[in-house]
Design a protein around this ligand. Sequence first.
Ligand SMILES: [Zn+2]
Length: 263
Amino acid sequence: MNHGATCYLNSVLQVLFMTEDFREAVNRNSNTKFIDHHLKDLFDRLKKETSDTSKILKVLDINTVNQQQDAAEYCQKILKLTSPEAAKIFHAELTNRRFCSSCETETDTDESFWILPLSLVDSSNEVYSVEDGIKEFFKESYFTGEDQMYCEHCDTKVDARTKYVVKHHPEVLILLLKRFDFSYRYMKYVKINDRVDVATTLKIPENQTYELYAVVDHVGDLRSGHYTSRIRSQVDERWYEFNDTWVTQVRHQNLCFFSQMII
Ligand SMILES: [Zn+2]
């Protein structure tokens, strides 16, 4: 059921429902400190019929149901309120490695994430691909001139380079294709409508392969858009479309869910 414009939430909940390991994990957890029991109730009902999401809306503190929210933002919100045992399926760790060009000291800072944000680079000539986004994310960045970084050992600003290294690969990798971006040209948030190729198998450093099993799509523009989802069932391996109303417009991928492949 769509309470006003809560399709962003429905799409995310449908993907979480279809993620078997997650569904089983929330079933096991009865600690009412977390929202697992609300999700369990909802998932139990979803198995039988279309369900009301008002309880979940309440725990997520969503009152302004007519305001379009970002699916990624609410996906993170749900995982934050879920027990660590259930949420760990999506949990990943990155190391931000900084290298000082003067004293050659390496400094590591660890960061946790549930959703990896990929910027859509200008693709006026070619079609943007998720693989390019991954390459861009994991490439080395250089900081020189005005962008120099402070080094504790040198006690001054120095030339530096940084890169991300995966410390812990998540069981399920969620990628956010950043279609909503701030445009300095128009001084407002715009939606990037370029075509993006999403590969069904994806490799991220170092050599971990993932397989696409769900996509949350966005149709329309920033203010009046609509979210839907496409999910491959883990039971019969077929793709299904989940949509709270029928939409025939062109779809744009927003969130992509990849499960780890053991090769
Ligand atoms: Zn240094």
